[in-house]
Design a protein around this ligand. Structure first.
Ligand SMILES: O=C(O)CCC(=O)C(=O)O
Ligand SMILES: [Fe+2]
Length: 239
């Protein structure tokens, strides 16, 4: 069977990693079959329609069955690309490629609540796969402050980061800073068909809202959890 994802050369991988390290993100252009995008769009439109046009997300391999995300998780080329990007970017041996997968569908009034939540991901590499991006009105850009922290060796350090960020005051200050123009994040205007890579663990990021009558849908393939073996995290039940 042919692979649904492009086969990237070592030079391609190097270029993506250099772009992630300097710009904050790397783009792999036109790397997905249109038919799979069409299927996944249909899946999203159908589910959101049945949910009264409101926000939904699908997490894990069972929930994303039959979509582009499942196809990517089974693609040898995509798995290899993630491992090699990880290797080149971290100088570490890549862990086995298993993905934490989420298909997000921003829509309706509830979609607005899922915007401007600034966070670091729990996984080192994030592959962002735009499925539906509104072409009129506000498109719900991804905004990011790239590579703001190191990979924490200790889970406690990661928890401290979280406490400092995950509170109303910090969230308000960041949102205010971005909206007023005081803070100048990197702004990613996504195009379906491309895949966008960034260091999710190291990059402070969020998405902007889109218009209430539109759907904005993105697939997230999260790879490599640096705290997978943390004793403390298991005790805290946050694994
Ligand atoms: O939907 C997006 O553009 C980004 C979402 C995100 O950062 C996440 O779910 O971790
Ligand atoms: Fe994220």
């Amino acid at each position: 069977m042919s692979d649904i994802f492009l086969c990237l050369s070592a030079a391609d991988i190097d270029a993506v990693v250099r772009s992630i390290d300097t710009l904050g993100y790397g783009v792999i252009r036109n790397c997905l079959p249109e038919a799979l995008l069409v299927n996944t769009r249909r899946f999203v439109q159908d589910r959101v329609g049945r949910n009264g046009g409101e926000y939904m997300h699908f997490t894990g391999s069972d929930a994303v069955q039959g979509t582009l995300l499942e196809a990517l998780s089974q693609s040898g080329n995509f798995n290899r690309a993630c491992r090699e990007i990880y290797r080149a970017g971290t100088q570490n041996v890549p862990p086995p490629s298993r993905f934490h997968m989420v298909l997000r569908c921003l829509a309706g009034k509830t979609g607005q609540k899922h915007a401007y939540y600034f966070h670091y991901d729990s996984y080192v590499l994030t592959a962002l796969v735009p499925v539906i991006i509104p072409i009129e009105g506000i498109s719900g850009d991804l905004i990011m402050f790239p590579n703001r922290r190191k990979i924490r060796r200790n889970y406690v350090h990661n928890l401290i980061d979280k406490v400092l960020l995950d509170n109303p005051a910090s969230q308000w200050a960041l949102r205010f800073g971005v909206r007023s123009g005081w803070l100048k994040p990197v702004r990613l205007k996504m195009e379906p068909g491309n895949v966008y890579m960034f260091w999710g663990y190291r990059t402070l990021h969020t998405n902007e809202p889109c218009d209430v009558d539109k759907i904005r849908s993105t697939g997230l393939m999260h790879y490599a959890d640096p705290h997978a073996g943390s004793w403390l995290r298991q005790k805290l039940g946050r694994a």
